[in-house]
Design a protein around this ligand. Structure first.
Ligand code: GLA
Length: 407
């Protein structure tokens, strides 16, 4: 098996692709092109819906949307990933638990319009939209958030939703409101009970930084993350193991956290003090709570290391250690890893990585490794070889640098 690296498209390349797709299907020019990135979460996993902290960054890999406003309430959608045109009337959108939910991926698009209208920004115009993306699908890198955030940027630019005709995109506070609409779209229209970290990363990150996201009050802190300056990289392994967030396992983890919080008399697990009364929890809840509370501490410890002056080799080793501990906790306490994820992190560590962990929801998807730049090729080759020996799908790699938000 060869080493396959998924390079990000440049902004020009992405724009050229969606423009051509738009012209091919709609026989007209788009009036605007918007885009939004996928993300990796550096640490702080399954903490967002518990009010904890997460530390994501935007990938250079983006979803592009070419759009043109229509005179009615119809949304016509084409994607480079399938043939044909999908059509949804904005007046016909119903929630996922209704008798008439929106079918398939268009739910992520029209759900955003629905949620923006629920928040009082409407009525919104219909759009013709062409979509293309270099964010791999089903890889735990938030391709759905990238799609939502790209179309949120489009509607906000056509019908500026901020005060005095400004766009919500023009301020971080406005972007936080777009995040809420995208999360509501995903939860209520697409039916995925996710926690909001992905949309916050896609809309509120800035280039060269990770964001420390406080999921209780949605405040963010931008923290420089310049690994290149210390000859280090964040290598993403897309394991290409089957991955599905909506298959019930994610919801089950979330439910266990919510029932544990109720049993312990707090509204969110982040509020727990250090002396948890474990006797009130089932065995399953005990493991989930142990992961969440420790992961929140690890995330804050990771940030303290980043905020120290230089990323010395010692500091990088400390970061790697925290990533390793996070993975072990997700493996044994939260139980969301899989053999492909475990193998990729073990092989990365054995071949020179400072540390490695799964990223995103788990149950397949991707892992990340903090690797000295001169060891990246060796790590990739070793992972490919190990996957081959184990009979896993051929992995793909992404070289992640902290990139720009939705625009
Ligand atoms: C998925 C969800 C996020 C978050 C992560 C786990 O990516 O979309 O909201 O819960 O899993 O940290």
């Amino acid at each position: 098996m060869a080493v396959i690296v998924n390079d990000a498209w440049t902004m020009d390349e992405g724009a050229t692709r969606v423009r051509a797709l738009f012209e091919q299907y709609f026989a007209a020019q788009p009036t605007a092109i918007h885009s939004a990135p996928g993300r990796v979460n550096v640490i702080g996993e399954h903490t967002d819906y518990n009010g904890g902290f997460a530390l994501p960054m935007a990938l250079p890999h983006r979803t592009f949307a070419a759009v043109r406003q229509r005179g009615d309430r119809i949304v016509r959608l084409v994607s480079a990933q399938e043939s044909g045109v999908r059509e949804v009337n904005l007046d016909d959108i119903d929630t996922h638990d209704s008798n008439n939910p929106v079918d398939g991926w268009p739910a992520y698009v029209v759900g955003v319009a629905w949620a923006l209208e629920q928040a009082g920004h409407g009525p919104l115009p219909g759009l013709d939209i062409a979509i293309d993306s270099c964010v791999p699908f089903g890889a735990g890198l938030s391709s759905s958030a990238a799609l939502e955030c790209a179309v949120a940027a489009a509607w906000d630019s056509l019908v500026p939703m901020g005060a005095d005709g400004a766009r919500l995109l023009d301020s971080d506070e406005g972007r936080a409101r777009l995040v809420s609409a995208c999360v509501q779209a995903e939860n209520e229209i697409a039916g995925a009970p996710t926690g909001g970290m992905d949309q916050a990363a896609s809309l509120r990150c800035v280039e060269g930084h990770v964001i420390l996201l406080d999921c209780r009050d949605q405040s963010v802190q931008h923290i420089p993350f310049d690994l290149a300056a210390v000859d280090t990289e964040l290598l993403v392994t897309d394991t290409r193991a089957p991955h599905a967030l909506a298959d019930g396992q994610y919801a089950r983890r979330r439910n266990a956290c919510e029932s544990a919080a109720r049993a312990l008399g707090v509204s969110l697990l982040v509020e727990l003090s250090d002396d948890v009364d474990w006797s009130k929890l089932t065995e399953e809840e005990t493991k989930r709570v142990r992961h969440v509370t420790r992961e929140i501490h690890r995330t804050l410890a990771f940030v303290r290391v980043l905020e120290r002056a230089d990323l010395t080799a010692d500091a990088l080793r400390e970061l790697g250690q925290l990533m390793d501990e996070s993975h072990e906790s997700l493996r044994y306490d939260y139980e969301v890893t899989c053999p492909e994820l475990d193998t990729s992190v073990e092989v990365a560590r054995a071949n020179g990585a400072y540390g490695a962990r799964m990223t995103g929801g788990g149950f397949g998807g991707s892992s990340i490794a903090l690797v000295p730049t001169d060891a990246v090729d060796t790590v990739m080759e070793a992972i490919v070889e190990a996957f081959d020996k184990s009979g896993f799908n051929e992995p793909h790699f992404l070289r992640a640098s902290p990139s720009a938000p939705a625009q």
